[in-house]
Design a protein around this ligand. Structure first.
Ligand SMILES: [Ca+2]
Ligand SMILES: [Ca+2]
Ligand SMILES: [Ca+2]
Length: 468
């Protein structure tokens, strides 16, 4: 492996939060949009909520790493992942993506739900194209840390683009779908009695191959056509919130599975790690049951999970898919790590020198099996990054703060982006010697993984690299 900086993007100021998404600029190639601030990410949780002292900014970069446009947003927009999601999608179908983000037009009143807007910019120039009300009325009755969880995503129904805005993860969920003129196509409320809450990701794809896209909102697979559930996993057995909901494809049978790690305990005996047959909704296997009821840290919050393609599964010595789940107990003082064969639920003792919550899978050399990005701490607060191989051997030191893992431009293999706060620079790192194997190409063949690159500005969509 030959780990190198493939591109640099200069934001020209100190930055303490940066998110990105890929933007189709038509004849002008692929753009990268960055949303960033000198102020660190604000999580709306009551114990961490605060108001930013610096605004969010947007900047579009072209393929050569040149800044195409820059825009400073209003101070009323609370600077964070959950309060200002964004997405790129070509709603008017002119071949160039528009940028949609959640704004606020009431000066100095960042929590006024009546003034919240869904703003639209032209991808190529950043020019204003339109806006409508962002329906965040749940702010008026739901607790702050639950209500201020917004997401944006999009896809196609009846071959027409559909933009979906969402509010809520832990409590009630509200979804609105828009057409290209920002007229409502449908609305949906998911009450607490209707199966699971949301997850931290909004993955969109035609999961059931009927020609219309669905969004996985928690364990609900919601049709973009009419807002109804195509299927809701564990509809009558789970009413909590899942930190991880990952679609996984079996490499031989091509059958789809859904791997979930559940934050909320819900009730005594509630299963916390479950893999479903994605099509039928049947439970393939499950593990870890709540000892008592608990929403969050007291009862084994399942907090981090991923799936990695590994060359040698310990029991069989054959290639397989390793699923990881991290459980936190006793007010986060006790951490438990679990690893499984994702298709059978068999517990796997995979030899590795670091706790698995310090690493995140990436197939950086494109051979079809994952290497790992390793942080000096649990990955959520990642910094001081290294690349390690599947045995945990160090390959390269890259430093920086991890912001996105995916497949960018035409580079072979997978790459990742880091930002360097005091330099004000984003670096795209990859393997200059990467070559894509048949296994790798197959993971990307159905277009799902690549399509997630446009929704990286919403929730924790930035690390779906290990799905499928
Ligand atoms: Ca367009
Ligand atoms: Ca479908
Ligand atoms: Ca690899």
């Amino acid at each position: 492996m030959n780990i190198k900086v493939l591109k640099e993007f200069h934001l020209n100021e100190e930055v303490h939060q940066v998110r990105t998404c890929e933007v189709n600029l038509g004849p002008n190639g692929t753009g990268m949009l960055f949303a960033y601030s000198k102020y660190p990410n604000i999580d709306p949780c009551e114990s961490s909520f605060r108001l930013n002292r610096y605004p969010m900014e947007l900047a579009m970069f072209g393929e050569a790493g040149q800044m195409l446009w820059h825009k400073e947003l209003e101070m009323e927009i609370i600077a964070g992942i959950w309060t200002m999601p964004f997405v790129a999608i070509d709603m008017d179908q002119d071949g160039i993506d528009e940028i949609y983000y959640v704004g606020n037009r009431h000066k100095d009143a960042p929590t006024d739900s009546r003034a919240m807007t869904l703003e639209c910019l032209y991808g190529l120039s950043g020019e204003y194209k339109g806006h409508c009300h962002f329906e965040a009325e749940n702010l008026e009755w739901e607790r702050l840390g639950w209500a201020f969880r917004f997401m944006l995503c999009g896809g196609y129904a009846d071959k027409e683009p559909v933009l979906v805005a969402a509010q809520g993860i832990y409590g009630e969920i509200y979804l609105q779908a828009y057409d290209s003129d920002l007229n409502i196509r449908w609305r949906r409320r998911i009450g607490r009695e209707e199966g699971s809450g949301g997850s931290h990701q909004t993955l969109v794809f035609d999961f059931n191959h009927d020609g219309n896209d669905e969004v996985l909102y928690g364990e609900h697979m919601v049709s973009l056509k009419d807002g109804k559930d195509v299927i809701c996993y564990d509809r009558d057995r789970y009413f909590g919130h899942s930190d991880i909901v990952l679609p996984i494809m079996h490499p031989e049978t091509k059958k789809m599975y859904l791997y979930t790690c559940r934050e909320s305990g819900d009730y005594e005996g509630c299963p916390r790690v479950v893999t479903f047959d994605m099509e039928t909704g049947n439970v393939v296997w499950e593990d870890i049951y709540s000892d008592e009821w608990g929403h969050y840290i007291d009862d084994g919050h399942m907090h981090i999970g991923w799936v990695a393609a590994v060359r040698n599964m310990p029991q069989s010595g054959k290639p397989g898919k390793l699923a990881y789940a991290k459980r936190m107990r006793n007010k986060k003082q006790l951490v438990e790590h679990y690893t499984y064969d994702v298709f059978t639920g068999e517990k796997v003792d995979y030899p590795f020198p670091y706790p698995f919550d310090q690493v995140m899978p990436i197939d950086i050399n494109g051979d079809g099996y994952h290497e790992f990005i390793k942080s000096s701490q649990a990955i959520a607060g990642s910094s001081g990054l290294e690349i390690v191989d599947d045995k945990g051997e160090k390959v390269a030191y890259v430093g920086g703060h991890l912001m996105d893992v995916g497949k960018y431009f035409d580079y072979p293999g997978e790459q990742f982006m880091c930002f360097y706060p005091y330099e004000g620079v984003v670096r795209l790192w990859g393997d200059a010697d990467a070559q894509e194997s048949a296994i790798f190409r197959e993971r990307y063949a159905n277009g799902f993984l690549k399509s997630t690159m446009k929704t990286r500005g919403s929730g924790y969509n930035w690390h779906v690299e290990c799905a499928i």
